[in-house]
Design a binder for this molecule. Structure first.
Ligand code: ADP
Ligand code: MG
Length: 631
């Protein structure tokens, strides 16, 4: 048995794959030798024995399964193959009997190779992260294995080094190539406070990084684990085949029996010939090639996506994206950058700085993009903050807290009474397409803040691409009607629904699902989580650095780049079309061979070579095409 360095099971001496390779190699010698001796030497009996040996060795698994199933009177694919092979030997076609098992083994081998290849291609991402890290301990810098670095320690990353663990930059400035995780090769600038990830490459600067996650919890390890799981979910086709085969196999056997009996009785066809054709029918009915055509394509699609920074967590999600005719986007942070700017602060009866101070004090504990903008503005104007008690966030509407014994509210108009002097200013600013939030108590508004957000550069093009593919685009936002409409019009979104609370977004998604069937929802922030979960497929944008998003969504786009949604749709449509091509080819070829077999033009080995192995190979080659750009 060949021992293979990278294979842990080999080292412990029980590697299935390598045992299979060895067995397969032996069968590959015996089979041609048997054919030669059988037909080209005067010792056909010796040839038959060699072929029998080749058959048993190549087909040991199938034969074992087939016989066990037969004894228990269960019918599966192995039964079909076993009967066909045994029938061939009994009717003195030993070469064909061996060919059936040998070619079937090749088909299984190809299938495993394809699955293994996809798996290795993802697992290789983990190899990118270095095995050791340079850690500061006391006054010293020591190089230790990454598994020995604890959370909270500081690692030193020099120019050109690959970052060993996830963490936050504490010192230095650099650009980092995050392609292994995001698929985006344009370097990202990193300064103190930014997150960096294991496996990404520090290009030009010196960085000190405080480790925030252990080796196994790193983003890249999570990605590899999730993709591997998604691949595994799709690759064993057994569950489906087993269920299918329970009814299908007995039906095929019955048909074969009839094909062997009726023609000799009714049309005086020699029994041996009818029997042989019945065997071909058995072989051709084997749905293996048909069954692998879907999973190999799906695995290929999932793997390709992962290399492009799009994590697809299952075959259902990949399929649904390509079939959905509606894609729903969240606005803030998804179609817009979410990096808002406070443009204007208006005060009513108090100093402007007081409005800003109240707003910033309340926002200090909120993680919303609006909060960030307000805090930044307050910092620029050097306002001093008040102490806040009883802080609470009112999801999708704003925040609340007590300052000096008075309860203040900050957020959209739904938190305040309908009318007031603020109306005029509010309408003016909102008319300009700005997000306006109000500050005040429950009886009086003391001021308002107008914020603007930038639309993402690639939003318009992405929406145009999707529309060209016949997909209806929609936007859901908690922001006001006029802001929503303005953004929707600029981007070219078909339909906009504004003023929605997080639970309204869920209701909206449900209504769309009723109306359009499959609905894909694309969102970013935590408050989109319920809607993302409710949609058939939830796509989380810019999820790098957010464990919650990575765990919760069906599809995770690492980079905050909206054009990846168009990529995703294209990939999914391509995958679906490859699946359809594979299935259609398999059905057509099998029917064709079956028709030819009935009139006696096909031999048993041809049926296996073209009707099973050839089709498996074609399905795999076609599936690998998914990963190639432009095909
Ligand atoms: P979106 O759906 O656009 O992502 P959200 O649901 O996060 O928006 O918020 C909807 C609206 O609620 C915001 O436009 C804002 O008016 C208000 N809001 C939410 N959180 C805050 C906050 N922390 N401070 C002020 N206003 C907020
Ligand atoms: Mg949002």
């Amino acid at each position: 048995m060949p021992v293979h360095e990278e294979c842990p099971r080999c080292r412990s001496g029980v590697c299935e794959t390598h045992r299979e390779v060895a067995i397969f190699a032996i069968a590959s010698l015996l089979f041609p030798a048997g054919v030669y001796v059988e037909y080209f030497t005067p010792y056909p009996l010796a040839g038959t024995l060699l072929l029998l040996a080749a058959a048993v060795i190549a087909g040991h698994d199938v034969l074992k399964d087939g016989l066990l199933a037969l004894i228990r009177f269960r019918f599966n694919i192995a039964v079909l193959i076993t009967i066909a092979a045994a029938g061939a030997f009994l009717t003195e076609n030993p070469a064909e009997g061996a060919a059936v098992l040998y070619l079937f083994a090749i088909a299984e081998f190809l299938e495993e190779y394809a699955a293994g290849r996809a798996h290795r291609s993802i697992a290789s991402l983990l190899d990118i992260a270095p095995q050791t890290a340079r850690v500061r301990r006391g006054d010293e810098e020591v190089v230790v294995p990454v598994s020995e670095v604890t959370v909270g320690e500081t690692v030193i990353v020099r120019p050109g080094d690959t970052i060993p663990l996830d963490g936050l930059v504490t010192l230095g400035e650099s650009s980092v190539d995050q392609a292994p995780i995001t698929g985006e090769s344009v370097p990202v600038a990193k300064v103190a406070g930014d997150g960096v990830y294991a496996g990404t490459r520090n290009l030009d600067g010196y960085l000190e990084v405080r480790v925030t996650k252990s080796e196994e919890a790193s983003t890249i390890a999570r990605v590899v684990a999730l993709v591997t799981e998604a691949q595994a979910h799709t690759s064993p086709t057994e569950a489906f085949i087993e269920r299918f085969a329970r009814y299908y196999t007995p039906a095929v056997i019955l048909a074969a029996v009839l094909l062997a009996i009726i023609p000799p009785l009714a049309f005086e066809v020699p029994f041996i010939e009818a029997f042989y054709r019945a065997l071909i029918l058995l072989v051709i009915s084997c749905p293996c090639a048909l069954a692998i055509s879907t999973p190999v394509s799906m695995v290929s699609g999932i793997t390709t996506a992962a290399h492009n920074g799009v994590l697809i967590k299952g075959r259902d999600a990949l399929e649904a994206v390509g079939l959905a005719r509606v894609i729903v986007f969240d606005k803030t942070g998804t179609l817009t950058t979410g990096r808002l700017e406070v443009d204007e602060v208006v005060a009513f009866g108090v100093p402007v700085t007081e409005v800003l101070a109240v707003a910033a004090s309340l926002e200090a504990r909120s993680g919303h993009p609006i909060a960030e903008a307000v805090m930044r503005r307050a910092g620029e104007e050097a306002v001093s903050l008040h102490d806040v008690e009883e802080f609470a966030s009112i999801t999708g509407r704003g925040v609340r807290g007590r300052i000096g014994g008075v309860t203040y509210l900050l957020g959209n108009e739904s938190l305040f009474p309908d009318t007031g002097a603020w109306r005029v200013e509010y309408d003016r600013l909102e008319g300009e397409g700005k997000t306006v939030i109000l500050a005040g108590t429950d009886s009086a508004v003391i001021g308002l803040l107008a914020l603007s957000d930038l639309i993402k550069e690639d939003a318009e093009e992405t929406v145009a691409t999707l529309k060209a593919r016949g997909i209806r685009t929609m936007m859901l936002t908690g922001d006001g009607e006029r802001v929503g409409e303005a953004v929707a019009r600029r981007i070219g979104i078909d339909e906009c629904h504004a003023g929605l609370l997080p639970e309204d977004k869920v209701t909206m998604v449900e209504r769309l699902m009723e109306r359009y069937g499959l609905v894909v929802m694309v969102g970013d922030s935590v408050n989109d989580a319920p809607a993302l979960a409710r949609a058939n497929v939830g796509v989380a944008m810019g999820a790098i650095g957010s464990d919650i998003a990575i765990e919760a969504a069906d599809i995770v786009v690492m980079e905050d780049e909206i054009s990846r949604v168009a990529y995703l749709v294209a990939l999914s449509e391509k995958t679906i079309s490859v699946v359809r091509q594979n299935v259609a080819t398999a059905v057509v070829v099998k029917l064709g061979i079956a028709a030819l077999a009935v009139v006696g033009f096909v031999t048993l080995w041809m049926a296996v070579a073209f009707g099973d192995m050839g089709l498996s190979l074609a399905a795999i080659v076609n599936a690998l095409r998914i990963g190639r750009p432009g095909s």
